[in-house]
Ligand binder design. Structure first.
Ligand SMILES: [Zn+2]
Length: 101
C-alpha cells in the first residue's frame, strides 16, 4: 500500500542536514509526500525537490498567509509568481503519478 503525506515542507532548512535520509526512508516505506511551497524561494525549491526526487516528492505551490500579509502581496503578485510553466510542471508530476498507477 502506498501512503501519501499531503502536507510536508522538506524544502525548509530544518531538513537540509538529513533530507537524503528522509527521502530514503520514504522510498523504503513506500511513502509519497506532497511538498507545499510557502513563498517565492520555497516554491522554487519545491519544484527542484520534485524533479530531483520524482519517486517521492510531489509539488504544491503556494504562499503562507503570514508571508502574503508581511510582504503586502497583492493577488496579482501572487498569481504572477506562480507561472503557467510551473503550474504545468506540477500537473506533469501528478499526471506521471497517475499514469504510473
Ligand atoms: Zn504547512
Amino acid at each position: 500500500m502506498e501512503l501519501v503525506d499531503i502536507h510536508c515542507h522538506l524544502d525548509l532548512p530544518q531538513f537540509s542536514r538529513d533530507l537524503g535520509e528522509v527521502v530514503a526512508r520514504c522510498v523504503e516505506k513506500g511513502v509519497v509526500v506532497v511538498n507545499n511551497g510557502i513563498g517565492f524561494v520555497s516554491n522554487r525549491e519545491t519544484l527542484r525537490l520534485a524533479s530531483e526526487h520524482s519517486d517521492v516528492v510531489r509539488p504544491a505551490l503556494g504562499f503562507h498567509p503570514t508571508e502574503v500579509v508581511r510582504k503586502k502581496l497583492g493577488e496579482k503578485q501572487v498569481l504572477e509568481e506562480v507561472s503557467i510553466q510551473e503550474v504545468l510542471l506540477c500537473l506533469e508530476h501528478y499526471l506521471l503519478l497517475y499514469l504510473q498507477n
